[in-house]
Design a protein around this ligand. Structure first.
Ligand SMILES: Cc1cc2nc3c(=O)[nH]c(=O)nc-3n(C[C@H](O)[C@H](O)[C@H](O)COP(=O)(O)O)c2cc1C
Length: 201
C-alpha cells in the first residue's frame, strides 16, 4: 500500500537519469526556486548560498568536459556500478553527466572558514528541497556531484567561471531536472535501510 503524506512522496522520490527533450517552463523553474527558499541554512547565513539556473546546453557541455576526462581514467571506472543501470547506459552512449536534462540548478556556497564543512550540509539542504519539489511535480531529478568534483580534480578543465558566480563562491552541488522519459513505480521504504542503534539499547 502506498504511504501517505511525506512518506508517499519519498516512495516516489528517486534519481532520474533519462529525460525527454521538453524544457521546463518559467513557472516550474520558479516553483523549484521557491521550494529552495524553504531550506534551512546553518546560522541562517542565507547570503552564503547562491543558485545558478543553467538551461544553456553549450555551458553544460563545457562543464561536462572535466567529467569526461575523468571517465577516461581507468581507475575511475570502478565507480560505474551495476547498481545504477541508467548511468551505465549514459556511459555507453557517450557520457553526459547531466543526462540531457533541460535544466541544471547549481548550488554554490561562499568560501568560508567560520564553520568548516557546513557548506556541504547547506547546499544539500537547498538542493534536497528542489529534488523533493521536483518529485511532487512529477518531474525527474538527480543530484550532480561528480561533474563539479571532476572540475576540482582536473583544474585545467575547470570552467566554473561560466556560471558567473559572485566573487568568493564555489559550486558544490547541482540538481539536474527535467521531464522523466519513463514512469517509475513507487518504491516501498524500509526502516532498516541504514544502520541504526538506539540508546538506551
Ligand atoms: C550528495 C549526492 C551526490 C550525488 N551525485 C550524483 C552524480 O554526480 N551523478 C549521478 O548520476 N547521481 C548522483 N547522485 C545520486 C545517487 O547516485 C543516488 O541518490 C543513489 O544511487 C540512490 O538512488 P536513488 O536516489 O534513486 O534512491 C548523488 C546523490 C547524492 C546524495
Amino acid at each position: 500500500m502506498e504511504g501517505k503524506g511525506l512518506i508517499g512522496l519519498l516512495e516516489r522520490r528517486r534519481s532520474c537519469r533519462r529525460f525527454t527533450a521538453e524544457k521546463l517552463d518559467r513557472a516550474t523553474v520558479d516553483r523549484l526556486l521557491l521550494a529552495a527558499a524553504g531550506a534551512p541554512v546553518g546560522s541562517n547565513r542565507n547570503e552564503d548560498i547562491h543558485i545558478t539556473v543553467v538551461e544553456d546546453r553549450a555551458v553544460l557541455d563545457e562543464l561536462a568536459v572535466a567529467m569526461r576526462r575523468r571517465r577516461q581514467d581507468a581507475a575511475d571506472l570502478r565507480l560505474i556500478t551495476e547498481k545504477i543501470p541508467d548511468r551505465n547506459v549514459a556511459v555507453r552512449d557517450g557520457f553526459d553527466p547531466f543526462y540531457g536534462a533541460p535544466v541544471v540548478f547549481f548550488v554554490s556556497h561562499r568560501r568560508q572558514d567560520l564553520q568548516p564543512g557546513i557548506e556541504y550540509s547547506n547546499v544539500m539542504s537547498v538542493a534536497m528541497m528542489m529534488h523533493l519539489q521536483a518529485t511532487e511535480l512529477g518531474l525527474g531529478s538527480v543530484f550532480m556531484w561528480g561533474s563539479l568534483e571532476a572540475m576540482r580534480m582536473y583544474p585545467e578543465y575547470d570552467r566554473t567561471e561560466l556560471l558567473r558566480l559572485p566573487e568568493g563562491f564555489q559550486p558544490l552541488l547541482g540538481l539536474a531536472v527535467g521531464h522523466p522519459a519513463a514512469d517509475a513505480e513507487p518504491r516501498e521504504l524500509a526502516p532498516d535501510k541504514f544502520g541504526v542503534n538506539r540508546l538506551p539499547e
